[in-house]
Structure formats: structure tokens, C-alpha cells
Design a protein around this ligand. Structure first.
Ligand code: TNX
Length: 512
């Protein structure tokens, strides 16, 4: 049995292998050409074969055929003694087939340089496969620690390898603003840098005395969006409002409650009490920010945040209280709902849907708003009962910044243990949902917050192999056999080795 992760829906093994040689060719129907480019580049890099286009599909080594009989993202992959046939309705289905195909080959196919002495055998199979959930995501927080563009691109490759299709990019927070906005240059001149960071916990940690920062130019963003699209991944950018906004307030003090008090980009962790004010000008400011973002991110969903906004600062601020009275807002929860509602409406007016944390449920939100349920599964249940779509990412077990074991040598412990088995047992649909409500669960995602994760190397350690387990839940459906999964994982880890991923090994934390 080939050790494929995520596990395909139906797999029949043919018995033999097809050996790829230097004279291999490709043919494809026009709509699947984006997938051909991926296949060609991936195989050229490792095998060194040229893979020219075949004139006759019947004799091509790889034949990609478009068929309308399969649903979106589904594929049929047939490898016999002479040919690899991929059938899919769309390029994303063909891309998933390619990522499965690579797992039928020696793990060295994941290298970036030509490997000489490998027999490029492909296991003969017939695979019919389609995803259980349409939203198979991973969130990466690049605000707490900036991740350079090339590391983001590599992370996207890893997500695609696991047949994930959504990258939720948490671009702003109290500790940093990471996206260039032409109209407001101070967001990157000032808000993308902090003087130093707290090492360790916000309670016991000490400042490291080293400036930290960075941001993506709009050109960088366009590059990353295109790179992800070529790999079947849609990017959902997030600007976190109206809390988690201290960096933006430092750059533009008029956005905050105390424009005359000096502020700095937050150097510690935890939730800042520097929240946005509720002035019309502040709403306009962020509508303008979103207007620039919409030019960069073509996807249907735009993240608006909404989590963990402390209410006390508004309660103690006479001008905010006055604005609330004028607008007939009874309390600060309603005040937040008013603010978020204005942003969500603005996006709706431009044909986009808002994606926000489950605190959005505390107010009224328009149909089509997508809720990310992070405080357990109660948000997911509340959302579907209100007729809203939901993405499940309950902190246990979908927070991949939580520790992987209770071993004291695990790097900086956050929260409880989300070990591999717990992540694999994740069920994105709340148990109490009716079948109709269950259909509102679009899927789930793993969230990687980076207070204590300061490089791509450490991102890899926290993400893997747990993200492989999560990807299997989201693609193959929950309830898989854990022992069967860990058996296949042994082989899958060889692929990650070739890729250069320093995942957490089953025998314990890495020595660094
Ligand atoms: C809560 S989850 C947060 C993040 C933190 C995370 C730490 C959520 C929507 N907000 O700001 O980074 O906990 O695990």
C-alpha cells in the first residue's frame, strides 16, 4: 500500500510500477495547463528530465484530461504500466492529483536539485479522491514575529503538499503591522518595527534588547498571492480590528483613545488595552486600508479580526461613551458590533465577504459572513444555528503553537498539550449540529500564533507533523485510524526530510 497523506478516498493498487525515464512527455487539456506547469517544474527539479509536450495524448507519459463529471477539487489518478492519467474538473483537482502522484514516487522527488542515482518508480494505482471539506486551512501569524517572504513561499509549498487550499495570513497585531499601504506609509515606516521583544512569557520574560520587524511590499504580496494560486491555495489576509491594534495606533495616534499620549509598538505578549476609537475617521481609515488590500487579494473572503478587544478602555473614555449614546449603542459589546458591522458592510459593498473570529457573533452580522470558531466549538455551534457559515479552529486541538507533549524540554510552553493524537482526533463539525447545520461547517484550519516562534525553523517544528494530521482530517474526513495514520507518517516524514523540514520527531523535542 502506498503511504499517502492525506489518505485518498478510494485506492486500488495495481501491483507493478511505472519507471519514469528521460524521454517522458506530457499532454494536457487547455484548462489544466496551470497544473502541468507545477508537475513539470517539480519533476524537472528532482529528476532532471525535460518533460516536453507530447503531440499525441495516447503516447504521452503523463496525460491530464479535463472532465466535467467530477466535482470541484476531485481527481482520478491512474498509473498503469505505460501511462499516468489524471482526470479532474479543474486545475485545483489536477494539482491535488499531482501532490498525490509525488507520494507514489521516491521521497527524493521533493528535492530541489537533480538527484542522480534514483530509480524514478511510480506505484501503479487507481485513485479516486475528493475532499471532505472545502476549507482546509492554516493560519500563520507573521505579526508577532515577521517571517520573510521566501519562508512564506516555502510554507505555502508545504501546505499545498498536504492538499490544504487556504492560507489565512494574520498580517497585523499589537506587535507589528506587516503589509505596505501606500496611503498610510507610517504603517510600515513605524508600525512594522518594535524596539525589542519579550523572551519567554509575558509574566516572567525579559526583554532581549534587539529590534524586530519587517513587512511585505505590495509587490511581495502580489508575488505570494500568485505563487499560492499556482499551487491551488487561496490567501485570506487578516487585518485585526478593533483590538490588537497598538502598532497601527503607534503609527497614527489619532486612531486610538489617547492621541496625545506616546505609544510604542508592543514589545510584550498578551492583549493590549490600546484599542481603536469609534470615530467616523477611524472607520474611513480602515475602509481605505481594505480598499488597497482588495486590489492585492482576489479571494472572496477578507479577514477583519474581531478577537479579544478589551472593553474597559471604551468604558472609561468619555468621548466614546458620548459616541455610543449618539448611536444608541447600549454597551461596549454593541459598540464593537457597530464598528465591525461598518467594516463588514464596506467589504460587502465591494463584493467581498468578511471572515472574523467568533467574537463577531456578539453582534449582528450580514449573511455570508464566515466565522472562525476558536474558543472551543461553542462558537461553531452558535454560528451554524444562526445560519452562518463557519470554519472550526478550536484552540484545542487546532492551535499548533500549543505544546506537542508535556516534556519539559518542549520549546516555550503555551497552553495545554495538543499532541499528534489529539490533533488527529479533531472533528470540525460540532456534535450537536443537525445535518443541515453541519453543512454550514466549511471546514477547519490549524492556527500558528508566533509569540514564541521566531523563525521558519521553529514554525516547521510546531507545524509538523501535526499539520499533516490536521490536513488528513480536513481532506479525508475525521474518524481515521490513528495507528494507520502513524504508519503512513513514517514514510511521509522521509518526504519532509527531503524537503528540509525539522519536524517534531516522535522521540521528543529537537536538541535546539
Ligand atoms: C489568542 S486566538 C489570540 C491570539 C494569541 C493566541 C495565543 C485569537 C483569535 N487570539 O492573539 O496569539 O491566543 O495562543
Amino acid at each position: 500500500m502506498p503511504d499517502i497523506i492525506p489518505r485518498p478516498r478510494r485506492l486500488v493498487v495495481g501491483g507493478g510500477t511505472l519507471t519514469l525515464t528521460a524521454d517522458a512527455t506530457i499532454s494536457a487539456d487547455a484548462t489544466l495547463w496551470p497544473a502541468v506547469r507545477r508537475l513539470r517544474r517539480q519533476l524537472q527539479d528532482s529528476t532532471g528530465f525535460e518533460l516536453p509536450t507530447a503531440t499525441d495524448p495516447a503516447v504521452a507519459t503523463f496525460h491530464l484530461r479535463a472532465t466535467e463529471t467530477l466535482p470541484a477539487e476531485a481527481y482520478r489518478l491512474t498509473v498503469d504500466g505505460s501511462q499516468v492519467r489524471i482526470e479532474a474538473a479543474d486545475a485545483s483537482g489536477a494539482l491535488h492529483a499531482i501532490h498525490t502522484l509525488l507520494q507514489l514516487m521516491p521521497p527524493q522527488v521533493h528535492r530541489r536539485a537533480v538527484v542522480q542515482d534514483v530509480d524514478w518508480r511510480i506505484t501503479q494505482v487507481v485513485i479516486e479522491d475528493e475532499p471532505a471539506f472545502v476549507w482546509r486551512g492554516v493560519m500563520l501569524d507573521v505579526a508577532r514575529h515577521f517571517l520573510p517572504k521566501h519562508d512564506v513561499l516555502r510554507f505555502i509549498d508545504l501546505a499545498a503538499l498536504h492538499r490544504l487550499n487556504t492560507f489565512h495570513w494574520h498580517l497585523t497585531d499589537d506587535q507589528g503591522w506587516r503589509v505596505q499601504i501606500h496611503r498610510y506609509p507610517r504603517l510600515t515606516e513605524i508600525a512594522s518595527w518594535r524596539a525589542e521583544s519579550i523572551v519567554g512569557s509575558e509574566l516572567t520574560g525579559a526583554p532581549d534588547g534587539r529590534p524586530h520587524g519587517g513587512f511585505y511590499t505590495q509587490d511581495d504580496i502580489r508575488e505570494v498571492v500568485a505563487y499560492a494560486a499556482e499551487r491551488g491555495i487561496t490567501i485570506v489576509p487578516e487585518i485585526d480590528l478593533p483590538g490588537h491594534s497598538q502598532a497601527a495606533i503607534t503609527a497614527y495616534p489619532q486612531l486610538g483613545l489617547h492621541p496625545d499620549r506616546p505609544s510604542q509598538v508592543l514589545t510584550g505578549w498578551g492583549v493590549s488595552s490600546d484599542v481603536l476609537n469609534l470615530e467616523e475617521d477611524t472607520v474611513s481609515f480602515f475602509c481605505n486600508v481594505f480598499d488597497e488590500l482588495l486590489e492585492l487579494f482576489p479571494g472572496p473572503y477578507i479577514g477583519v479580526g474581531g478577537d479579544e478587544c478589551p472593553k474597559e478602555p471604551w468604558r472609561q473614555h468619555p468621548r466614546t461613551q458620548q459616541l455610543m449614546r449618539e448611536r444608541g449603542l447600549a454597551d461596549e459589546v454593541q459598540a464593537q458590533a457597530w464598528f465591525m458591522g461598518r467594516i463588514v458592510e464596506h467589504l460587502a459593498g465591494r463584493g467581498r465577504k468578511a471572515f472574523g473570529w467568533d467574537e463577531l457573533l456578539e453582534g449582528s452580522v450580514p449573511d455570508g459572513t464566515l466565522v472562525a470558531s476558536w474558543r472551543g466549538m461553542t462558537g461553531a455551534l452558535a454560528a451554524v444555528r444562526r445560519g452562518l457559515d463557519v470554519v472550526s479552529c478550536p484552540d484545542t486541538p487546532a492551535y499548533l503553537d500549543y505544546r506537542q507533549s508535556d516534556d519539559p524540554a518542549e520549546p516555550i510552553p503555551v497552553g495545554v498539550v495538543n499532541d499528534l493524537q489529539r490533533v488527529y482526533a479533531f472533528r470540525p463539525v460540532p456534535a450537536a449540529a443537525t445535518p443541515e447545520q453541519a453543512r454550514r461547517v466549511r471546514g477547519g484550519q490549524g492556527n500558528i500564533w508566533t509569540e514564541h516562534i521566531d523563525s521558519a525553523r521553529v514554525v516547521d517544528y510546531f507545524a509538523f507533523p501535526r499539520l499533516a494530521a490536521l490536513a488528513e482530517v480536513l481532506w479525508s474526513g475525521p474518524g481515521g485510524d490513528f495507528d494507520d495514520f502513524t504508519g503512513r507518517l513514517e514514510v511521509h516524514l522521509r518526504r519532509l526530510d527531503e524537503f528540509g523540514v525539522e519536524y517534531r520527531r516522535s522521540d521528543g523535542p529537537r536538541p535546539w
